[in-house]
Design a protein. Structure first.
Length: 549
């Protein structure tokens, strides 16, 4: 009996051992990780990995104890310049000439005057900066809650800047077309003495002891900051800790984002212009939804000092205005190096207020225009307008054979790194949006992007840069639907500039848009073409009825 019991125990032991060995691969965390990264190792290879992985965990622990601010950039800087590309370096003088402007009989109409028109009014002393600033501050107070587009009014600062502008102009020290013009900024740009919330509840009380270069340059040009405007939390969408920013054309609809408040406030006539940012559509999308004209500049054109970092290799700052010419006025003031942001390049902005489209080589993505999509009729009409203006449109297409959509992991990985501490502290639970397609889940998911794949994606990105440069160098401008196909992600990855402008309305009465792509550092040409288009159409002159009072 004793031997039988012993034998039974031995049999059970061996059965358990066999069971453990057969299930070991299923329970091994390394084996489980393999399924996430699409690789398969042998058990011997896994065993060899264990000690090294424990060492890596210790390295992670040590790095996580080191304090990193959002402003700390990686030592590896993104370079969008393809081999053989020469950055233009001969700056020509821009002689701004605007038509005469008069004070309207109905003063409320000032809300939708362009920067160029308001500039003439101030220059000719038909209105003071203080009057204009007070006018727009009152509109922000009246309609800001309706649109949920304002986070902070910078009223005291604005009134002081306006008085200073009036004094300078009265003494003959006129600085140029932005002198005395009020404006707003997306609330990811720091302004000393004011909260910079990034639209997110975890940072709702954050005050940064610095002023962003963009705001500093606008102040130097004489512009008057009157508001910090709403943005989708941490630069995604139109939902922020105070609500959902609304489309002035349809209050049942969000304004899109993430430059939500910048587009909404400009479209509703609460500010003459605003500053937005784009990483992957955050100027293009809200400008489309709200019917504004936006410029996403070349990567490395505008300093990001004092701006929230989302993706160090993709973030760009640009103006959201009523017209392309207004974008040119604002861009001239904010572009250029500052001796602080190491990603900046020295180039020129040789904008011409008039351009002959017949002398330009203009392409269009025929396959994207041939699709069935919501704004097809408006886009087709835009092509006809360009032809009537003298453009000889040449069919072309995006580079093929490159897995562009897969390169989105570059943004995801960099964003997760930028907000690593937020994820590890579990304060990401404070963000309003907690769905699968929102930052908290995206940040967590991005922890599983291997460093190798991030590097590989950037190696493919090098090929994409070369391919896009080869394509763009054949044209002065390429016309494209603002959405559809891979162009929006591709050009954000390669750093090419784009102007997005309204070209009609959809069946719900909301604006739609068309986009003009340009060569690196050639914002001047696409802005001039966009100006010609807007002079031939009236979409930039249409404004939401509810906000005309």
């Amino acid at each position: 009996m004793k031997n039988l019991i012993q034998n039974s125990f031995l049999i059970i032991f061996f059965l358990l051992l066999i069971s453990f060995q057969s299930s070991n691969e299923e329970t091994d965390p390394i084996a489980a990780a393999e399924t996430l990264i699409g690789l398969e190792f042998t058990q011997a290879e896994r065993d060899s990995l264990r000690d090294g992985l424990e060492d890596l965990k210790e390295s992670y622990r040590a790095m996580r104890e080191y304090p990193l601010a959002n402003s700390n950039m990686p030592a590896i800087l993104f370079n969008p310049i393809p081999p053989g590309f020469i950055i233009p370096d001969k700056q020509e003088k821009i002689d701004w000439k605007f038509n005469d402007a008069e004070i309207p009989d109905n003063k409320n109409d000032l809300a939708f005057y362009t920067v160029a028109q308001l500039s003439e009014l101030i220059k000719t002393k038909k209105i003071s900066s203080l009057e204009l600033t007070t006018f727009f501050l009152n509109r922000l107070k009246k309609y800001g809650d309706t649109l949920q587009c304002v986070i902070t009014l910078t009223e005291d600062l604005a009134l002081n800047l306006a008085r200073k502008a009036d004094q300078e102009i009265a003494s003959g020290k006129y600085k140029g077309p932005l002198h005395g013009i009020p404006y707003g900024v997306k609330d990811l740009l720091a302004v000393k003495g004011y909260k910079t919330t990034w639209g997110a509840r975890p940072y709702e009380e954050q005050i940064l002891d610095e002023t962003s270069t963009v705001v500093a340059k606008l102040t130097e040009s004489g512009a008057v900051l009157i508001a910090k405007l709403s943005m989708g939390a941490l630069a995604w969408g139109d939902v922020w800790f105070g609500g959902v920013t609304r489309n002035p054309w349809n209050l049942n609809q969000g304004s899109s984002g993430s430059s939500a408040g910048s587009a909404s406030a400009t479209a509703a006539g609460l500010v003459p212009f605003a500053i937005g940012t784009e990483t992957w559509g955050s100027i293009v999308s809200p400008s489309t939804r709200c019917g504004t004209t936006g410029l996403r500049p070349t990567y490395g054109r505008v300093s990001r000092y004092g701006a929230m970092a989302l993706s160090w290799s993709m973030d760009k700052i640009g103006p959201i205005c009523r017209t392309a010419e207004d974008c040119a006025i604002v861009f001239q003031a904010i572009q250029g190096t500052d001796g602080i942001d190491p990603t900046l390049y020295t180039s020129v902005f040789n904008y011409k207020q008039n351009v002959d489209l017949s002398k330009l080589k203009i392409g269009y993505f025929k396959d994207l225009f041939d699709r069935d999509y919501n704004s097809k009729s408006a886009d087709s009409m835009s092509l006809e307008v360009l032809k009537k203006l003298g453009a000889k449109l040449i069919a072309t297409k995006m580079p093929e054979g490159i897995p562009i959509s897969s390169l989105g992991i570059i943004l995801n990985a960099e964003a997760a790194a930028a907000f690593d501490e937020l994820t590890r502290s579990n304060r990401d639970s404070l963000l309003v949006r907690q769905i699968k397609n929102a930052w908290p889940n995206s940040f967590r998911r991005s922890r599983f992007i291997p460093a190798v794949e991030y590097i590989q994606a950037n190696r493919i990105r090098t090929d994409l840069i070369a391919a896009m440069h080869k394509l763009m160098s054949e044209f002065d401008v390429i016309v494209t639907p603002s959405f559809g196909g891979p162009q929006l992600l591709a050009t954000n990855l390669t750093g090419h500039p784009v102007v997005v402008l309204p070209n009609g309305f959809n069946e719900r009465g909301s604006p739609v848009s068309i986009s003009f792509l340009g060569n690196l550092f050639d914002e001047a040409t696409i802005l001039a073409v966009a100006k010609s288009y807007q002079e031939a159409t009236d979409f930039d002159e249409k404004h939401p009825e509810m906000f005309k009072q």
